[in-house]
Design a protein around this ligand. Structure first.
Ligand code: URA
Length: 201
């Protein structure tokens, strides 16, 4: 089976999940989307109101900023990246998911990562860093520093919703994303072009 077929199969099983209470109040299970052959994955926290309404990840205000960040990197969802969340169902009122909820959803995320098998993972914000790397980590301390784990390179950076609240953090976030572009050029595509970060000549 191709990666795309495996993802479609996993999506149908995730859609019938009731491991935690989040499914009861959610309109849609937001599985994730992007290029199934992507070597680069972005992981956020969980669907917000717009994502829950449409069943797609990162389509509200934070998602529009994520798309602009991707565009600045010379990338888009269709050709370069796959977009996931730690939890697939919206926590009511956009609260942070409980550890029990992230644990319930974990097999789905692990299934996605094992199918996609990305070389590079960008962890967007505290929930992604805490649940995938270490619950004691603070995003403000670890952002911008590569973590090597499970044969992948993990880059923690600010969540786009945090960047909307704190625009002054965008400078640091862009420096983190430039490191991601460097790694992408090293591991995936040496000729990758970015409009705002040209290849060294
Ligand atoms: N915030 C997230 O963490 N994920 C989304 O899909 C949208 C907003």
């Amino acid at each position: 089976m191709t990666r795309e077929e495996l993802l479609i199969e996993l999506e149908s099983s995730v859609k019938s999940c009731h491991r935690c209470g989040l499914r009861d109040s959610a309109a849609h299970v937001v599985f994730g989307e992007g290029f199934s052959e992507a070597r680069l994955v972005f992981i956020g926290e969980g669907p917000g109101a717009e994502e829950d309404r449409l069943g797609r990840p990162f389509v509200g205000a934070a998602g529009q900023l994520l798309d602009r960040m991707l565009a600045a990197m010379g990338m888009d969802r269709e050709h370069h990246a796959y977009i996931l969340n730690v939890v697939k169902c919206r926590p009511p009122g956009n609260r942070t998911p409980e550890p029990s909820e992230t644990a319930s959803c974990r097999p789905h995320l692990e299934g996605q990562l094992s199918i996609l098998d990305p070389a590079i993972v960008v962890l967007l914000g505290a929930t992604a860093v805490k649940s995938l790397i270490n619950p004691g980590m603070r995003i403000t301390r670890v952002r911008g520093q590569w973590i090597q784990k499970d044969g992948r390179w993990w880059m923690p950076t600010y969540h786009p919703a945090a960047l909307l609240r704190n625009p002054a953090w965008k400078r640091d976030a862009w420096s983190d994303l430039k490191q991601v572009i460097d790694k992408y050029r090293t591991l995936v595509d040496p000729s990758h072009d970015s409009p705002h970060y040209p290849r060294p000549s």
